[in-house]
Design a protein around this ligand. Structure first.
Ligand code: F3S
Length: 315
């Protein structure tokens, strides 16, 4: 059976699965149009793989991604995690993950390691450059995001004496009077939070406020695609770590329309009883979930009822 993608406003790509155990006969598996690795994470993993293939001993500063299974796979290739630049040695390659780091940390890595691979997501690099530019002009920078998030720590490092990190408009009151402020955002926050906060920042200055939206669309695209699909399925599997905030949020979005939505880490977390009577099952995955893990889940679902699979242009 083939479903028309255009009918679903481009949000759904289709796999068709049929036959198998009685309670899942004819079950179809539909993958959300946007799922799994975002551009920045995929790029970072590829950069690590490239270094491994060149025979380098690779150490990432902090876990490369929030996915235990992928980290274990990388560990089998000799990739290990360090928590401080001082732990790297001259015969090793240090990888800066997609969140980025402060200039000081980057310098420390360059002094310590044989080689540094900078896998900072280009969208994060843009925020770092904006903060750096504003600081060079002696302007204040307001960054809307979580102060303890690694991305924010890195960005603030580019304007240490000029930047303030606030999580939303409720924290604007804590800011001093601002000089020609620029307002930018953590790449993963909600647009409404950003624009409401930027508006409130205007009460803190007599100067013009430059508002630059630096939100990346990857999180929102995954949520929009999951929401669109959740109204069409009887059950939904969201693949991702239970401590990954974007996966937890994806789960919540799916639950709004599909009560039988399950956040799973691997195919082993699928309980066949949950599929009783299910005709259509949706699948999506958080931005740190690798494609191979998604394929395993689809294979497991096929083993519970599939004898046919049609690929309609899946990633
Ligand atoms: Fe980059 Fe956006 Fe992913 S900022 S790391 S592509 S969520």
């Amino acid at each position: 059976m083939i479903w028309n993608l255009e009918f679903h406003a481009g949000f759904v790509k289709l796999k068709t699965v049929s036959a198998g155990p009685a309670n899942t006969m004819g079950m179809k598996v539909l993958l959300a149009d946007e799922y799994g690795f975002c551009f920045g994470v995929e790029r970072a993993v590829e950069m690590v793989e490239e270094s491994v293939q060149k025979g380098e001993t690779v150490r990432t500063l902090g876990p490369l991604i929030h996915n235990e299974q992928e980290m274990k796979r990388l560990a089998t290739e000799g990739v290990a995690t360090i928590s401080e630049p001082v732990q790297i040695t001259r015969d090793e390659t240090a990888v800066i993950r997609a969140h980025g780091v402060t200039p000081e940390v980057q310098k420390a890595l360059e002094e310590q390691a044989g080689k540094v691979v900078d896998a900072t997501c280009p969208f994060v690099t843009r925020v770092q450059r904006l903060a750096s530019r504003a600081a060079a002009q002696d302007r204040h920078v307001v960054i809307v995001g979580s102060a303890d998030h690694p991305e924010m720590i890195g960005v603030k490092g580019y304007a240490p004496d000029h930047a303030f990190i606030i999580k939303d408009e409720t924290e604007v009151a804590s800011l001093p009077r601002l000089r020609n402020p620029m307002v930018v955002s953590q790449t993963t926050i909600k647009a409404k939070t950003f624009f409401d906060t930027a508006e409130a920042v205007k009460t803190k200055t007599d100067d013009e406020v430059e508002v630059i939206n630096t939100i990346c669309s990857a999180t929102r695209d995954r949520q929009d695609a999951a929401r669109a699909l959740s109204g069409m399925v009887d059950a939904f599997y969201i693949i991702g770590a239970t401590h990954s905030s974007n996966s937890v949020k994806l789960h919540a979005v799916c639950k709004e329309n599909c009560e039988r939505s399950f956040l799973i880490e691997t195919e082993d977390d699928i309980n066949p009883d949950d599929l009783a009577g299910v005709k259509t099952v949706g699948v999506t995955a958080g931005a740190s979930t690798p494609e191979w893990l998604i394929k395993r889940v689809v294979e497991r679902l096929k083993s519970l009822g599939a004898d046919e699979e049609k690929n309609m242009g899946l990633k």
